[in-house]
Design a protein around this ligand. Structure first.
Ligand code: 26Q
Length: 808
């Protein structure tokens, strides 16, 4: 185990960093220097263990995991790393003795927001678990200069600001220019015969240099340290000297600027693909640098690529890194000189693919011409893969044209990335039981029939140390006391012991007190940062996630409007105080999503200014929902809204964070809510709405939202109110969107079909809330049974069933 670091060791180390790296003494320090010095101290500790880990993996010839993701939503690292290294107390003490509040120093750190939402955060949680389980693993992504945009709300509307995280966040990054790789774009191919072999020569390409910036990842309770390798793009030349010497200074830097745009921004669209060539450049740049780096390291140890697939497994996070398949083929054939068949065996056995969506608009497809022009050699290989795969499909299905078309890799001038992954990988997995069944029976039905063993399920999980132990210290203390130890940190099923206390009045009251304190703390934070005073006597009823129609924030709004109208009609009615909290970023080009944000804000203004609602009904839109805000919010939440149209949310992971922190779920039977229901039963959550198969059936029979509008007077009035808007702002388009086909399918996500059932679920929830003993007992059951949603469990399943690597 670690060398023990006392508070005084820590203080000395911090002073050393301040003096040696920044040339300052304790009298000049501010919070910014303090944060950076602390980060550097921990970075040294990790670098030391990182070198030992690498050496051990090489010596033992262990199989390694390479987790490729265009997104890693890491959030903050200072507290996380101190916690995992077992030096958090020492660090806190040192910071205090040097005259600062630890909380203020932690707040200095910007979130590393290198991701959009669930998929990126999942990658971050898995890095923590892979390391904690002593799995030799490397994460790979891009070192975006600007992470996910910062959201401001101005006059009720979303405004995007750049997220310049690196000025402060680069404290964790170790640039390794010595390990740079070259990536080639464009150019032409020439075929040459050499000793009776056909070779493809790539010429006149342009080059971009990939520089790795490594972030060390510490595991909990282990000396194992893994790496997150982030690629930065640089031009091979700083300046075009010919242009420079002719006096054209700006043009002389253009090539460099071009190269650098590759890693300038994270694409802020999730679940909706835009076929932009810069995105394709990002993907290939990422994949090519990563494969070359992996291959180089493999050759250093083994001297051959024949056993590449035995020693390496590449997990690809959705289809975004799909080009890893043709890129590895290219290197095996063109650089190592292997035949197609040998290269294909190695590639197939080295790659596994996780699917995260069934939405048609989110299944990645690229125009063939774009790939041909930008990546001519990669195109040739994809085309050959497509042809060979088609022959296999035709043989298996006896030339069924419809199936050939559905399973095609290249079709109608497009490359279909998911089909390429299925053809070129050894495993395909969904991220929850229901999602995987939909993949097997619907989205990839024919492929699954051909190779059923390839299709697996691994239900998502979250880093329970970050999302429970670290962010909810009150609850952590109670759990340790009741379970008798801190064992649950490495064995999340220990949480089941809490079930025994569900009817213990004293425990219920302590749980309530913890929640109450967390609500107060969150309210203070919101007051301080937003100037809004939350009513802590109200139910904290929360929906935080990316804004998307299928997630149905609008359904939540509709229920709030109904409730508000009821209160207006009966100002003297009994009304359980209720605080609705929203947090959501909308993709900047997603009009409907932005309208919904605006609607929430104008509804919030109307309600919060209405004297009838005082101390009873409050609606708050929390600006800039991000990892560090979620860490403060989850412990304070009482109700978790997970209300997507059944069959659309692949898993959800926010749902798990809420459950672990004792919130009760109002939700549909969708994604991992199904597994939550499996362990909780009807009595410990508030389920409502159509099931996935019913959604499909209603659609098949022709869904008409107008029938619900005409039949349900409450719903009718709610929709009319949305149309007429609040404070002079109308929402005719949202109204039309729900009722008429003018803007595509009317009510595509069936809000109207589920409205009445949803209102009833909220009513049931409020009824239970009025019985604190019952509420707290259910809350405790939720915490007790949340252990299956620990990422350690998910990662162990990947290790056993897909990666075939050993783990702790
Ligand atoms: C693709 C191409 C071009 C531009 C952007 C994209 C893109 C980027 C991000 C497409 C999709 C995403 C993100 C998807 C995502 O976050 N999916 C979520 O993944 C979670 C982890 O598995 C699940 O829990 C959620 O259900 C799923 O929505």
């Amino acid at each position: 185990m670690h060398q023990v670091y006392t508070k005084n060791d820590m203080k000395e180390a911090i002073r050393g960093k301040l003096r040696l790296n920044y040339g300052i003494t304790e009298t000049d320090i501010n919070e910014e220097y303090m944060f950076k010095a602390c980060a550097l101290v921990l970075r040294d500790m990790m670098a030391f263990h990182g070198a030992e880990t690498r050496e051990k993996v090489q010596r033992n010839h262990e199989r390694q995991v390479h987790y490729l993701s265009l997104e890693f939503l890491m959030g903050r690292s200072l507290m996380k790393n101190a916690y995992n290294l077992g030096v958090l107390d020492a660090l806190n003490g040192a910071i205090e003795e040097m005259g600062f509040q630890p909380a203020d120093i932690f707040e200095m750190e910007p979130d590393a927001g290198l991701g959009n939402g669930g998929l990126g955060r999942l990658a971050a949680c898995y890095l923590d678990s892979m390391t904690t389980l002593d799995i030799p693993a490397t994460g790979y992504s891009l070192c975006y200069e600007l992470g996910i945009f910062k959201q401001r709300i101005v006059d009720g509307q979303q405004v995007e600001l750049p997220d310049d995280w690196k000025t402060m966040g680069d404290a964790w990054l170790i640039p390794k220019p010595e390990e740079r790789e070259e990536v080639h774009f464009g150019g032409h191919l020439r075929e040459v015969w050499n000793n009776g072999h056909l070779h493809v020569v790539h010429e006149d390409y342009s080059t971009v240099i990939a520089i790795p910036c490594d972030m060390q990842i510490a595991g909990y309770g282990t000396d194992h340290v893994n790496t997150l390798r982030l690629w930065d793009a640089k031009s091979p030349r700083t300046l075009d000297m010919a242009l420079f010497s002719s006096g054209q200074y700006v043009r002389a830097t253009e090539e460099q600027t071009m190269a650098q745009t590759i890693t300038k921004i994270l694409y802020p669209n999730d679940e909706h693909i835009e076929g932009k060539s810069l995105r394709l450049k990002q993907q290939y740049f990422f994949v090519s640098a990563t494969v070359q780096s992996m291959v180089r390291k493999h050759l250093e140890v083994y001297g051959t690529l024949k056993n590449f697939h035995e020693k390496n497994i590449i997990q690809i996070n959705d289809t975004h890194p799909t080009l890893v398949i043709p890129e590895l083929m290219r290197i095996l054939m063109d650089d190592a000189g292997y035949s197609w068949d040998i290269s294909w065996e190695i590639t197939k056995n080295a790659v596994a693919y996780t699917n995260h969506t069934v939405l048609a608009e989110a299944l990645e497809r690229w125009p063939q011409v774009l790939i041909q022009r930008l990546l001519p050699r990669i195109w040739q290989i994809i085309d050959e893969i497509s042809k060979r795969y088609q022959r296999k499909v035709e043989a298996f299905y006896h030339h069924n044209d419809a199936i050939t078309e559905k399973m095609a890799v290249v079709w109608g001038g497009e490359v279909r990335m998911a089909n390429l992954c299925i053809a070129g990988g050894s495993a395909v997995n969904g991220v929850s039981g229901l999602h995987t069944e939909i993949l097997r029976n619907d989205v990839f039905r024919e492929a699954c029939q051909m190779t059923p063993a390839k299709f697996k399920n691994v239900t998502n999980g979250i880093d329970h140390r970050r999302w429970l132990a670290q962010s909810n210290v009150g609850l952590d203390a109670l759990i340790r006391e009741l379970t008798g130890s801190n064992q649950y940190l490495l064995n999340p099923n220990e949480l089941l012991k809490l079930d025994a206390y569900a009817n213990d009045t004293a425990v219920q009251e302590r749980l309530a007190k913890i929640k109450r304190d967390n609500k107060d703390a969150f309210a203070h934070y919101v007051k301080r940062t937003h100037g809004i005073m939350l009513n802590t006597d109200g139910i904290f009823d929360v929906q935080v996630k990316r804004l998307h129609e299928y997630k149905r924030q609008l359904l939540n709004v509709m229920q709030i409007i109904a409730s508000y109208q009821q209160l207006r009609d009966n100002p003297n009615m009994d009304f359980v105080p209720h605080v609705y909290l929203f947090g959501a970023k909308a993709a900047p080009g997603y009009k409907v999503a932005k309208d919904i944000i605006r609607l929430i804000n104008s509804l919030a203004k109307q309600i919060n200014d209405d004297p009838v609602c005082k101390d009873r009904l409050q609606v708050v839109f929390l600006e800039n929902y991000c990892v560090s805000l979620a860490e403060k919010l989850m412990p304070a939440s009482e109700v978790s809204q997970q209300i997507s149209t059944a069959g659309k949310e692949a898993s959800g992971t926010g749902n798990m964070k809420f459950m672990m922190n004792g919130a009760l779920t109002v939700g549909t039977l969708d994604g991992a809510n199904v597994e939550m229901h499996d362990v909780l039963g009807d009595e410990n959550m508030f389920l409502f709405g159509l099931h996935a198969d019913e959604v499909a059936e209603v659609k098949r029979n022709g869904y008409d939202p107008n029938l619900f509008y005409q039949r349900d007077p409450v719903l009718h009035r709610v929709l009319d109110q949305i149309r007429d808007g609040f404070g002079g702002m109308r929402y005719d388009e949202l109204y039309e969107h729900l009722l008429h086909t003018r803007y595509g399918t009317a009510d595509e996500y069936m809000l109207l079909a589920d409205f009445a059932a949803y209102c009833d679920a909220e009513r049931r929830m409020v009824e239970v809330y009025q019985n604190p003993a019952k509420w707290n007992s259910i809350s405790l059951h939720n915490i007790a049974r949340s252990g299956i949603f620990a990422a350690d469990r998910s990662v162990a399943e990947y290790a056993d069933n897909i990666w075939h690597v050993t783990h702790k």
